[in-house]
Each structure stands twice: as structure tokens, then as C-alpha cells.
Write a new protein. Structure first.
Length: 244
């Protein structure tokens, strides 16, 4: 990554330690003079992602020293009570399947709404105005709170309710997972792609296991399937590095 002229405003990245949020962190570091990160402990089955996020942060600082000065404080918020209320296959030992509502059982009702509300409250105190998240409508797995319409409505509510001018930035919103790999390659070349493969975590079951070409995971949950298919699509396209 080669730092350009950053925006004077600061950004808070909703950073889980997965492929998407790692790519979003690199994206934000190229654009903002000060970038902080926030993670959420909500009792998720894949709690191992909380360790992965620290490794990814450290890896970015180490592999991209020109941007290290822009990477600010990390915050972890305890939302265990929310996870207990919003019981799903991500927070309880339940089968990963489609429900009678036509939504995957991994859907945590209101998760992004809650995360962004907490993030906005934190950003208000930290003087940050951009909230950056990896929500994606193209590969969104059927989660209604990943849609841009949902986030536009929430952005308006946050700004009205906090008398602020927050912007919810979603650089992956219209990208396929293959294009997300392409964006990572465009932002940081092989060094960033390798870091995401080696250290990030996306598997819903929280399994590290062997390292597949696309990274660690069980290899058969919806998150692993999506990540693997995106990798295969990117490789089949010749691993382009240009912006999608």
C-alpha cells in the first residue's frame, strides 16, 4: 500500500478480523489520516476471530510501515447480553440452515444495527466521522441488515439522534467475493493477500484447522464456501490486481 493524501477526518473500522474487515481496514488506511478499529464480543461461536483481529492489525502495521502511523487505537466492546438475546447459529450450538423466515440460521437479528450504533457512540467520543464496515449486498448471504438501504436509513437516524454528520462507508457493498480478493491485491499486493490468507478468520464454526489456499476454516460452512468460491473466481480470472 502506498499512502496518498489522506482525508483529515478520522475513521472507525468495524473490525472482526475476517477477510472483509481486513480489506476494509486497508482501504481506510489509504484514505484517512487516523484510523481506529472496534471489535465486538457478543458471545459468537467463532470467538477465535477476536485473536485473529489482533494478528491482522499487527501484520498490517509490520508489513506496511508507511501506514503504521495512521493506525490508531483498537477498542473491544462487550455485547454478550445482545448475543444472548439474539440467539442464532452464530451464538448457540444450532444447525446452520435456512429458517422458516427464509433467512439463514446464522442471521443475528439487528447485529449490524447494534454494532453501528455502538460504533457511532464511540466515534462521537473519539472525534471520528467515518464508520467503515464490510457489509456487502452482492454476497450478503440474505442478511437484511447488510443492504445499503438499511444502512442509509441507519445513517440518517444516527445523525439525527446524535446531531452529527457520520458517514457509513461500505467499500465492499457492490463487490463479489472474488472482487474483494481483487481489491485486497490492489490495495496491498501479495503482502496483504498473504496476510489475509494466513491470519484472518471467517469460518462460522470457529475452526482454524489446515490452511486452505484461501485461508483457515472448516471448509464446509457458508462463510468458508463463500470465501473459497471467491478465491477460486479470482484465481480463475488470473488474479487481477486492478481496482474492481
Amino acid at each position: 500500500m502506498i499512502p496518498g493524501s489522506p482525508s483529515s477526518q478520522g475513521a472507525l473500522v468495524l473490525f472482526s478480523g475476517g477477510q472483509d474487515s481486513a480489506t476494509c481496514l486497508a482501504w481506510a488506511l489509504e484514505r484517512y489520516a487516523r484510523v481506529e478499529t472496534v471489535g465486538f464480543d457478543y458471545g459468537q461461536r467463532h470467538i477465535i476471530e477476536m485473536d485473529a483481529r489482533q494478528r491482522v492489525r499487527a501484520g498490517i502495521a509490520d508489513r506496511f510501515p508507511a501506514l503504521a502511523a495512521r493506525l490508531g487505537e483498537d477498542h473491544v466492546l462487550d455485547l454478550a447480553s445482545f448475543g444472548a438475546v439474539s440467539e442464532s447459529a452464530l451464538t448457540a450450538d444450532r444447525a446452520i440452515e435456512m429458517t422458516e423466515r427464509g433467512l439463514p440460521s446464522t442471521f443475528v437479528p439487528g447485529r449490524n444495527l447494534v454494532f453501528l450504533t455502538y460504533a457511532a457512540a464511540l466515534a462521537d467520543r473519539r472525534g471520528l466521522t467515518a464508520l467503515v464496515g464490510g457489509m456487502c449486498e452482492t454476497d450478503y448471504s440474505g442478511y437484511p441488515d447488510c443492504r445499503r438501504d438499511t444502512l442509509d436509513a441507519l445513517q440518517q437516524a444516527l445523525n439525527l439522534g446524535m446531531a452529527r454528520d457520520f458517514s457509513i462507508e461500505t467499500p465492499l457493498m457492490w463487490l463479489t467475493k472474488a472482487q474483494t480478493w481483487q481489491l485486497a491485491a490492489h490495495l496491498g499486493g501479495p503482502a496483504l493477500v498473504d496476510l489475509i490468507v494466513e491470519e484472518s478468520h471467517t469460518c462460522y464454526r470457529g475452526e482454524r484447522g489446515e490452511q486452505h489456499p484461501w485461508g483457515h476454516g472448516c471448509g464446509n460452512c457458508p462463510a468458508c464456501d463463500l470465501r473459497a468460491a471467491g478465491w477460486d473466481g479470482w484465481v480463475a480470472a488470473g488474479r487481477p490486481t486492478g481496482a474492481p
